[in-house]
Every structure is written in C-alpha cells, then in structure tokens.
Design a protein around this ligand. Structure first.
Ligand code: PHE
Ligand code: NA
Length: 450
C-alpha cells in the first residue's frame, strides 16, 4: 500500500478547473430526474422548503468540511482519514464512502444508460412521433427488457471510464470545462421555453407555495435530507477526492458557496423546466421515476419544436449524468490506485468494469427480476434508498463530527481558510452540534421514534 505523502499527486490545472469539476459532480441526475420526482411525490413547495433548509444548515457546512479534509490530506477518502487521524475509528466514513461510490454508480449507470438511449432515439427519429404503444409503453417496454438497458448502461459506463482513464487534468477537468457552461445555457433556454407554455403560474405555485399540512408526513424529512446529500455529492468523499487535487493556495469557502448555490439553482430551474410543461399538458407531478422519461416526451411531442427540445433535454440529462458519474468513479479509482499500487489506466478499467457488473441486478430488477423486492422496493430503488438516505447522511454526520471534535479547533479554522472569524466559529458550531443532531433527529423520525 502506497502512502499519499510519499507519492506525487496530480493537481487541477487551475482554480476554475476544480470549481467546475465540483459543480459537474454536484449537477446531475439528482437535480433533474431525482429532484423532480421526489419533489413531485412529496408535495412540491413543502418539500422544497425542507430541502433548502437541509442544504443550507447541513449541506453547506459539510461541503466545507469535505473540501477542508481533502485539500489538507492530499489523499483519497480512506487515506484522508488514516493520514489525518492514524489509528482512529473516523476511517469508517472513508470505507462507507468507497462503498457508497460502488452502490450509487452501479444504479446511476443504469439511469445514465436510459438517458443515452433517449438521446439517441431523439437523434435517430424513433421518438419524433408517438411510438406504437405510447410513450409509457415505449419506456416500460425498454426498461423491462433484459438486454437492451444493459447495452446502454454499458455505453454510459464506457464513456465514464474513458474520461476518468485520461486523468484528473486531461479527462475530468477538460470534460467539465466543456460541459458545464453548455449545461447552464441549455437549462436556462429550456426553462424560458417551458415557462412560456401557459402554465407558469400553476407550476410556480406548486413549487414555491408550501402546503403546511404536508409537514406532518414522516417520510418528508428523510426524503429531503437524502436528496440534499445526493444532490450535493455529499457524505461519501466525492468532494474530499476532488479537493485532494487542490494546491494549498485556493480559497475554500467561496468555492463551497459557489457549488452549493449552483446545484440548488439547477434543481429549482430544472423544476421550472419540468413542472410548467407537466401542468400545461395535464400531466401528474407525482408520476414517480418515469416523470422525465414518459411525461416529458409525451409533452415534447405536442410542441412545435418538440424534436429540438427533446434532443436538447436528453443531451442535458446525459451530459449532467456523465459529469457526476466521473466523480463517483474517481472516488473508487483514487482509493484502489493507492491500495493496489496499480496505474490509473488499469485501475479505472477494472474498477469501472466491476461497478458495471454490480449494476446489472438494478437494471434486471425492473424486468426479469421484478419479483425481487426489499421492503417493497425494487432492487434499484433499494440501492438508492440505502446509499442516499442512509449511507450519505451517516457519512456526513461522521465527517462533521470528525472536524468538529476530532480536530483542534484552531487547525480546522486554519485549514478551512476561515480563520478565527465569526463565520469560522459558526461553521465549527454547526459541525459540532447542529448538523449531527439534525441528522440524528431525521433518522429517529424516519424510524418512527417521534
Ligand atoms: N450529485 C449527483 C447528482 O445530483 C450524484 C452524486 C452523488 C455524485 C454522490 C457523486 C456523489 O446527480
Ligand atoms: Na445534484
């Protein structure tokens, strides 16, 4: 096993390279596919309110915690803890992090594959007019088929592997530099178009006016917390890994605020793409995971320039998914490169290949293995629940406690670039008390203890 302090480490070419990559990791299927259906299922505005509270109060401080740990340690998720606190139990957060990377990327690759399939279908014309069994028949027929989704999952994983294979600077940084500005522009254009379809008012009130009675739903809080962690790429060391490629001269708090606000804006604007269109054509906001794959194509078909919108939308979705998948793969690759002492190329292909295989049951669980359920959820949904709603918040809690209690306060303040300021002290206070207690309460509420 190699030691990070004795091996030269690759670094981002520039400060913007890091920020764009962290934004690329954050902005993904979580903002568009997952946010819209989870918000739709949990009452829209009420969900958004609790979600934003989770992001600001728990998410942002832990993003800063991950940035601080990564840059300071210059090491992968596991090595970060073993080098900063040798022989201490904090490293469980690192081990959980690598496990979460495997679990999340395994099913993320399945959905990523669907987005590529839809993009290609829009490019080649098979979705230009209503398919034989309607858009829902098309989607259900596709995901329940045993082989076809695996082919697209393979294509998506091959693209992810290809970029990570090229390395931090040449692969990940370059890809994000191209994709992120394109995504931001595309999303804004789509939102303006969607808001012009005549149901802007309905969508805005669905998304921004909370229904207070929905606050009593017990699942709401865990759903919002899990969504916040998933969307911010938080709690599993994706941000530790990316910031471990930083040189000490960057300023961390500004970068953290930038990543968190962009991710949140992306989710809200994605809501403004999806819900006005859904309401304009009488769709159901609580339609579940099929929302963007069934409801939207159905809507696009009614639009004058539906084909162009379809191509733009699924390109956006596929590219956002790809830039997040890279960061998931990089967490595992950076760890196994050190543990096995292998080069980047071999590690990327082997680990990426294994994660592809691990994802196969998630895909088959929607078709041939649909009788396999865990607590009433199919395999993909169970993986998502386990990782997003349990591992990520738990990992985040350990990370918060690690900086709050495992470090000397003056060290933490200095390594974070906060220094001994009001903001710095507030940050430490949140990591020590507020975030761990809040996460704990959400867990207790979810298991029905109050
Ligand atoms: N944040 C990504 C998204 O919103 C998903 C992700 C989770 C990426 C965890 C990396 C780590 O799609
Ligand atoms: Na996100």
């Amino acid at each position: 096993m190699q030691r990070c302090d004795l091996t030269p480490r690759e670094h981002w070419a520039s400060r913007w390279g890091f920020i764009l990559a962290a934004m690329g990791s954050a902005v993904g299927l979580g903002n568009i596919w997952r946010f819209s259906y989870v918000a739709g299922e949990n009452g829209g505005g009420t969900f958004l309110l609790v979600y934003v509270l989770c992001v600001l109060l728990i998410g942002l401080p832990i993003v800063m915690a991950e940035f601080t740990i990564g840059r300071k340690s210059q090491c992968d998720v596991v090595g970060a803890f073993t080098s900063l606190a040798p022989g201490k139990p904090w490293v469980v957060a690192g081990i959980m992090g690598v496990s979460s990377a495997f679990i999340i990327l395994s099913f993320y690759g399945v959905i990523g594959g669907w987005t590529v399939k839809y993009l290609v279908s829009y490019l080649t014309g098979s979705l230009w007019s209503t398919p034989e069994n309607g858009y829902d028949g098309f989607f259900i027929g596709f995901i329940t088929n045993a082989y076809e989704p695996l082919f697209w999952q393979f294509v998506f994983m091959a693209l992810t592997i290809g970029i990570v294979f090229l390395g931090v600077k040449k692969g990940i940084e370059t890809a994000n530099r191209i994709l992120m500005p394109l995504l931001a522009i595309l999303l804004l254009v789509l939102a303006l178009y969607s808001l012009s379809l005549g149901a802007a008012r309905e969508a805005i009130s669905f998304l921004f006016s909370p229904d207070w009675s929905a606050l009593s739903r017990p699942e709401l809080y865990l759903a919002a917390l899990g969504q916040a962690f998933f969307s911010l790429s938080l709690g599993m060391g994706a941000l530790i890994t990316y910031s471990s490629y930083l040189t000490p001269k960057e300023k961390l708090p500004g970068a953290a605020v930038g990543v968190v606000s962009l991710d949140t804006m992306f989710a809200i604007v994605a809501g403004l793409v999806i819900f006005p269109a859904v309401f304009a054509f009488g769709g159901e906001p609580g339609a579940g995971p099929g929302l963007v794959f069934i409801t939207l194509p159905d809507i696009f078909q009614n639009l004058a320039i539906g084909v162009v919108v379809g191509i733009a939308f699924f390109f956006l979705l596929a590219a956002a998914a790809l830039s997040s998948a890279m960061s998931l793969l990089e967490v595992a690759v950076s760890y196994f490169m050190r543990v096995f002492g292998w080069g980047r190329h071999m590690t990327t292909v082997v680990i990426g290949g294994i994660i592809f295989l691990v994802g196969i049951p998630s895909s088959l669980g929607l078709g041939v293995l649909s009788n396999v359920t865990i607590f009433g959820k199919d395999i993909l949904d169970s993986m998502d629940f386990l990782a997003s709603n349990i591992f990520l918040p738990l990992g985040g809690m350990i990370i918060a406690l690690f900086i709050g209690w495992g470090w000397k306060k003056s060290d933490a303040l200095e390594s974070s670039d906060f220094g001994d300021t009001l903001w710095g002290n507030a940050w430490i206070f949140i990591l020590r008390f507020v975030a761990p207690v809040a996460i704990g309460l959400v867990f207790l509420r979810a298991i029905g203890l109050f």
